[in-house]
Design a protein around this ligand. Structure first.
Ligand code: ADP
Length: 197
């Protein structure tokens, strides 16, 4: 059973991912895979340097994220060129992690599942973690040094709650829930979705 887990920033997605581990699922963090590919010495760096020039890659930083972010923000074609390099590598790494997983319940943590479109066909179920935007903003401001405006800018760049909900096979409404209640919802869902042998 392949489950895609997604949610906007501050929705509680990572917290939910942790509860899936408690439920015995294997967790594949696609964001971490993407970071490893572009970290210093990462396997995506030669192709990125060839495509975008050597200044986009440094020994200390790997992919120079600030420069790449500025480029793709102003140039949608550059974003496509970046994705054309990274997406196949992420797919290959994800497939490797899936083959090595030791549970028949595999949870893919995919922040931009709804935005990217290419994920849905690889999944049996999509679980969306949702909460009001005001609560997203409050949570992110509490855990980071980001200003309200900065968090709002991230929200603007992500799919809307309605777009995410439209993709969901199940939805966790993470508002007014204690962490224990949240854990309980995940464990119940895991019982429902665990493949029967
Ligand atoms: P995301 O991965 O979606 O950005 P996180 O799982 O990191 O969000 O959650 C953001 C913050 O909110 C974390 O500090 C987390 O502990 C807290 N949080 C999330 N859900 C709850 C909840 N139901 N009760 C209390 N704190 C929560």
């Amino acid at each position: 059973m392949r489950i895609g887990l997604t949610g906007g920033i501050g929705s509680g997605k990572s917290t939910v991912a942790g509860f899936w581990l408690e439920a015995g699922a294997s967790l594949i963090d696609t964001d971490a895979i993407s970071r490893q590919l572009t970290a210093p010495g990462g396997p995506a760096l030669p192709a990125l340097a060839a495509e975008f020039g050597p200044a986009m890659v440094s020994t200390e930083e790997g992919l120079v994220r600030s420069a790449m972010r500025a480029l793709v923000f102003s140039d949608p074609a550059a974003r496509q060129r970046l994705e054309a390099i990274l997406h196949p590598m992420i797919s290959a790494e994800t497939a490797r992690a899936e083959a090595a997983a030791d549970s028949d319940l595999i949870v893919f943590d995919v922040p931009l599942l709804v935005e990217s479109g290419r994920w849905r066909q690889r999944l049996d179920r999509v679980l969306v973690v949702d909460c009001p935007e005001a609560l997203q903003i409050e949570r992110v401001m509490q855990r980071s040094a980001l200003s309200r405006e900065a968090v709002q800018a991230v929200l603007q760049a992500q799919a809307t709650r309605a777009q995410r909900r439209a993709c969901a096979d199940a939805l966790i409404h993470n508002e007014g829930l204690s962490l224990d209640a949240l854990r309980g919802q995940v464990l119940t869902l895991a019982r429902h979705w665990r493949p029967t042998k």
